[in-house]
Design a protein around this ligand. Structure first.
Ligand SMILES: NC(=O)c1ccc[n+]([C@@H]2O[C@H](COP(=O)([O-])OP(=O)(O)OC[C@H]3O[C@@H](n4cnc5c(N)ncnc54)[C@H](O)[C@@H]3O)[C@@H](O)[C@H]2O)c1
Length: 351
């Protein structure tokens, strides 16, 4: 990339912001010029790591002429108000997932960013995983025929300390425990990545869902155990299962079934196809494909920022736009509504 880099300001200097910092430092066409956190120590520590200006008041960061875009790494309920404030200050936005807690908030963010002519993107970074991109290419080549089923599954066991400080304890707070501040538990917090990547590569449009959710063994408001069945407009069926209280953990997977085969999205990628013309795959038996990379590597995050910076410079819509991230939230919201009402819910999906 030629010319001046896109200059990012970090809003929120907690756990994930440290990953974004690392990724941005490696990202061609990107620079970090200022940071902000309401916790002075975190702002100071992050600013010192980079030798850049640090603030506790977001107005000070947004007033900087050397900040073109912001990385919003705050609790979920602050995504909408801070994104709207940043857009009105003329800054492009890389917002952490999920886009917001409610669809009304997401819609307002999208509308304000459109009016302000700034880019809004959400960090569903696994779209940049080599394994995900290879699966997308296989699907586009028709390797498994028409998709008729997908399965998304996570069995995690979050330690008690997670609920007041994440995995590292860098920032202490209660937002992960609160339905109002987080929008939900393991579904929106973790599985929304899987939903984003699988629906993106498969081009599936969810129509209705039926779900059950519970909080079994975690003293918090949000769910630690959830299951949903999804019907898609092409007739396919999806199952979504997630736990954050699975003692012994183990179990994570995305699997796609088609009329002519199936793909297990893992490292290595495993493909079964009945077809004879899929490069790298033997017909009617399982093939394993080494794709490199690892899910959740810094490389994915770096690729995300490089691509976003290009979108900003070329004035094009980012790959993971606000509208794309709204789709993920629409499915999550429908799942939560179904679990709360014991009824099937339609999904407020907009192309
Ligand atoms: N993309 C991913 O893979 C990934 C992974 C983990 C977390 N996340 C997301 O990143 C976001 C932050 O999560 P986290 O784990 O870093 O949380 P965290 O609690 O560790 O950090 C949040 C930070 O925001 C700060 N903050 C709170 N209010 C603020 C305000 N008004 N202005 C500026 N800063 C403020 C807090 O002081 C804290 O330092 C969430 O959206 C979360 O879902 C994404």
């Amino acid at each position: 990339m030629s010319g001046t880099p896109v200059r990012f300001g970090l809003i929120g200097c907690g756990e994930i912001a440290m990953q974004s910092l690392k990724a941005l430092q490696a990202a061609e066409g990107c620079a970090v010029t200022a940071v902000q956190d309401v916790v002075a120590d975190l702002a100071r520590d992050t600013g010192a790591k980079l030798g850049v200006a640090h603030f506790t008041n977001v107005d000070d960061l947004l007033a900087r002429s050397d900040v073109d875009a912001v990385v919003l790494s705050t609790p979920h309920f602050l995504h909408a108000p801070l994104a709207i404030q940043a857009a009105r200050a003329g800054k492009h936005i890389a917002c952490e997932k999920p886009i917001a807690c409610t669809l009304a908030q997401a819609d307002e963010m999208i509308a304000v960013c459109r009016d302000a002519k700034v880019k809004l993107s959400v960090n569903y970074i696994s779209r940049y995983s080599p394994m995900v991109l290879k699966t997308k290419a296989l699907l586009e080549a028709g390797a498994i025929g028409k998709i008729i089923r997908y399965q998304i599954h996570i069995a995690a066991d979050k330690p008690e300390s997670y609920w007041s400080g994440g995995y590292t304890g860098r920032a202490k707070s209660d937002w992960r425990q609160s339905k109002e501040k987080s929008g939900g538990g393991v579904l929106v917090m973790n599985l929304s990545h899987d939903i984003d990547r699988v629906m993106w590569i498969a081009g599936l449009v969810p129509e209705r869902v039926f779900a059950e959710a519970a909080t079994h063994s975690t003293p918090v408001e949000v769910e630690d155990n959830i299951s949903a069945v999804v019907r898609f407009t092409n007739g396919a069926i999806g199952s979504i299962d997630a736990m954050s209280c699975a003692r012994g953990k183990e179990g994570f997977g995305n699997r796609l079934y088609g009329t002519e085969g199936q793909i297990e999205m893992a490292h290595p990628l495993r493909v079964f196809t009945t077809r004879e013309d899929v490069p790298g795959c033997k017909p009617k038996e399982w093939s394993t494909l080494e794709v490199g990379g690892a899910l959740w590597s810094t490389d994915e995050r770096t690729a995300y920022f490089v691509d976003l910076a290009k979108a900003i410079q070329e004035d094009r819509t980012p790959l993971i736009s606000g509208e794309e991230a709204r789709k993920v939230l629409a499915l999550c919201v429908a799942i939560y509504e179904s679990a709360a009402t014991n009824r099937a819910q339609s999904v407020d999906w907009r192309q």
